[in-house]
Design a protein around this ligand. Structure first.
Ligand SMILES: Cc1ncc(COP(=O)(O)O)c(C=O)c1O
Length: 435
């Protein structure tokens, strides 16, 4: 590693404890100090560039240092950087909330601002539990899918099901149950999983506040995908058994799956929708819980009835983040982003065909601008994902496989040449590194 990069790395490791990392790995694995970003590229301190094929943890939509978003944030910066949202309000929060109500599924009419994905999940869980309580029912259990991921705070971790993150904290978790996720993208798998869902609801619905799921794609669970028919069925069953449906669109929202929101593939309107990541185009931490009039009204009464939702975070609805979100939505309004994405995802699908002849490939799957190659025949300790990651970096691509699943989730502005490069490097990684 070059001198400047090494210096930065050493200075970093003296003081920073990185997220989702065994820090000892960095005795041998170099950190990549990023100096700047432009478009799909990240630049290190020696001028090497890397295609950000994972959109910096799935947040970036329109590239780094996007001119339009930059300008809107700068304007906002000189107007109002932050103000509390209790008792006070501001224009970007108001305008953004109206826009979100306009583009999300029809029954979602109220916006509760939070400031990151996990906190949005926490707020949605609390709101659901509290709603039932306000209606005179105590329902302390949350239902979710096997292999799901909803964040790392205690409530969010409780409704997740990735053992690596969850197991250690088992004694601390809130009451949760899991039903099987459809095992693949077929309609049959969706129907089969719905049978299990109804069995659990029949038996336990009186204790279950909400059923939370990642619509169509389980991100951290290895980009596992399933058919929209499951969402149609889950919505119908949740209504039948008086259990809320929480659609966690933190990863799938804002065009990732081919439609603005994954719920649109099934034409369903959930009781709650959580949004973050792409909400600000990948610029600033912000999240929302969208919900219905019915939920909102269950909390609306005289103060002394003690039914208010007294949940808050200091940076809730930050004006700079709201300005970034508004700028990102303007890009959607002024361009045919979903149309262009459709062409790009068709192209990606064609290019991924080269993986199908490899013996170590188990499955290729795709939903919109998310594509995944699942490898087979490797033990977890072999850390094949890490090997691919290291190889791809030497070739100027940031891939960050999830175990033995290599995936592509690039910013939407990626060019066809850059798609070629991203896929070529992953292919070489699979062929060369794993032989
Ligand atoms: C579906 C889903 N929900 C929640 C989260 C948590 O969001 P955050 O990392 O902002 O806390 C994530 C993060 O990857 C996610 O993919």
């Amino acid at each position: 590693m070059s001198n400047q990069n090494t210096k930065m790395m050493q200075r970093d490791l003296e003081v920073i404890w990185h997220p989702c990392t065994q820090m000892k790995d960095h005795e041998t694995l170099p950190l990549v100090p990023v100096k700047s970003g432009k478009g799909v590229y990240l630049y290190d301190f020696e001028g090497n560039r890397y295609i950000d094929a994972v959109s910096s943890w799935w947040v970036n939509l329109f590239g780094h240092a996007n001119e339009h978003i930059n300008n809107k944030i700068k304007l906002q910066l000189d107007t109002l950087e932050h103000v509390l949202l209790a008792g006070f309000t501001h224009e970007p929060a108001i305008e953004l909330a109206h826009k979100l109500v306009g583009i999300t599924p029809k029954d979602l009419s109220k916006v509760f601002y939070v400031d990151n994905g996990s906190s949005a999940v926490e707020a949605a869980l609390k709101m659901s539990y509290h709603y039932h309580l306000n209606k005179g029912k105590c329902k302390p259990i949350f239902l979710s899918l096997t292999n799901s991921y909803h964040g790392e705070t205690i409530g969010a971790l409780s409704v997740g099901d990735v053992g690596l993150y969850k197991e250690t904290y088992e004694p601390l978790l809130i009451a949760n149950m899991q039903v099987p996720v459809p095992k693949n993208q077929s309609i049959e798998a969706a129907q089969e999983a719905l049978i299990f869902l109804e069995e659990v609801l029949k038996d336990k619905a009186h204790e279950i506040a909400a059923f939370i799921l990642e619509p169509l794609i389980q991100g951290a669970g290895g980009m596992h995908m399933y058919h929209p028919v499951y969402l149609v069925g889950a919505r119908a069953l949740s209504q039948k058994y008086d259990v809320h449906l929480i659609a966690d669109e933190i990863m799938t929202g804002f065009g990732r799956t081919g439609k603005m929101f994954a719920c649109e593939h099934a034409e369903i309107s959930p009781d709650f929708m959580t949004l973050s990541k792409g909400l600000t185009g990948g610029y600033l931490p912000l999240s929302v819980v969208m919900t219905t009039h019915d939920v909102y009204n269950a909390f609306y009464c005289d103060y002394n009835e003690h039914k208010a939702f007294l949940h808050s975070h200091s940076y809730t609805g930050n004006p700079l983040a709201c300005a970034a979100a508004l700028a990102s939505l303007e890009i959607f309004e002024q361009n045919d982003i979903l149309g262009e994405n459709e062409k790009k995802s068709t192209y990606i699908k064609e290019q991924l065909e080269i993986f199908s002849s490899l013996d170590n490939v188990k499955e290729i799957r795709q939903q919109g601008m998310v594509a995944a190659i699942e490898l087979k025949g490797y033990a977890a300790q072999e850390r094949v994902g890490l090997k691919i990651y290291e190889y791809a970096l030497t070739q100027g691509v940031l891939l960050r496989p999830l175990g033995h699943v290599i995936y592509f989730m690039p910013p939407y502005i990626i060019s066809y040449d850059e798609i070629d490069k991203m896929i070529k490097v992953a292919y070489e990684g699979v062929v060369k590194v794993l032989k």
